[in-house]
Write a new protein. Structure first.
Length: 282
């Protein structure tokens, strides 16, 4: 399998993984959301010395999704996504809908058509870029986490449904990495069309609540999973957070409804205390 389609290659994980897969000799279709990103990515690929087929593919656009069916995709990396920061009680309806359209509905509809082509060939690989937030939750990232929990359910079910047809499915679950994505998520409130006086929280005082890692481990893992060099279904980075992630999945089983009532959770206070774009010291 040599022809790889990666969505969301304008920035971040998708951008770097497209370059690395091309360097490995894969035939990479690197898609971006808007036309303005096409020439920029082509120029960046030329500077890097790699050959990319750069396409405009907005996963929420039905015409763009249909166009992708003509590309003969053998490996699909569903990387495109957006993050909406804010309380589950404050985020406006339009922003909630947008979060699920970009992170869940659009990628699933794109995958439906491409996966059926893989089924006919009895071969293929689908990689869902989920998140650690697809397994845990944090204050002010609940809507984003909800979209990634949905991705987890889709990917796990899809793995079972495609098994007999020879199509592989895997997830990549990045934790807090300093690509700019997490910090931008805590700025989206600035464009909300709502009544600020009705908000529960003053978002000008909040930041992403954790120090963030250098993204190199995600670049390496995503590249390896897409290339078929790693065949584990779930791939969480950094590996140092695996035990914490598993332990936090147990917390709801032990929680009582009255626990901590009237007090602010330390996880929520962390958003007040953290400076934006804080890199974890190694």
């Amino acid at each position: 399998m040599t022809k790889v389609l990666i969505t969301g290659c304008g920035t971040g994980f998708g951008h770097e993984v497209a370059m690395r897969l091309a360097e490995k000799g894969f035939d990479v279709i690197a898609s971006v959301e808007i036309w303005a990103q096409v020439q920029t990515l082509k120029r960046q690929a030329a500077q890097r010395g790699v050959n990319l087929q750069v396409e405009k593919l907005d996963v929420t656009d039905d015409a763009d999704r249909r166009k992708a069916l003509a590309w003969g995709v053998e490996v699909l990396v569903n990387n495109a996504g957006v993050g909406e920061g804010g309380s589950t009680l404050d985020i406006p309806a339009a922003n909630i809908r947008r979060e699920f359209e970009v992170n869940v509905t659009g990628p699933l509809l794109l995958t439906q058509g491409i996966a059926k082509q893989m089924v006919k060939r009895r071969k293929g690989r689908i990689v869902w870029v989920s998140s650690r937030e697809g397994l845990n939750v944090n204050p002010f990232t609940g809507i984003y986490a909800a979209s990634k929990h949905a991705v987890e359910a889709i990917a796990e079910t899809m793995a079972m449904e495609l098994q007999e047809f020879g199509v592989e499915v895997a997830t990549v679950n990045p934790g807090p990495f300093l690509t700019g994505f997490n910090d931008r998520m805590f700025q989206t409130w600035q464009s909300w069309e709502d009544d600020p006086s009705e908000r529960l929280f003053d978002y000008s005082k909040l930041a992403f609540p954790r120090a963030q890692f250098d993204p190199e481990p995600v670049y390496a893992t995503m590249t390896a999973v897409a290339a078929g060099e790693v065949d584990t279904y779930r791939n969480l980075e950094p590996a140092s957070m695996i035990d914490e992630t598993r332990s936090l999945q147990q917390v709801p089983w032990d929680r009582n409804t009255k626990d901590g009532l009237g007090t602010r959770p330390r996880q929520l206070q962390a958003s007040y205390d953290m400076e934006p774009e804080t890199l974890i010291a190694v």
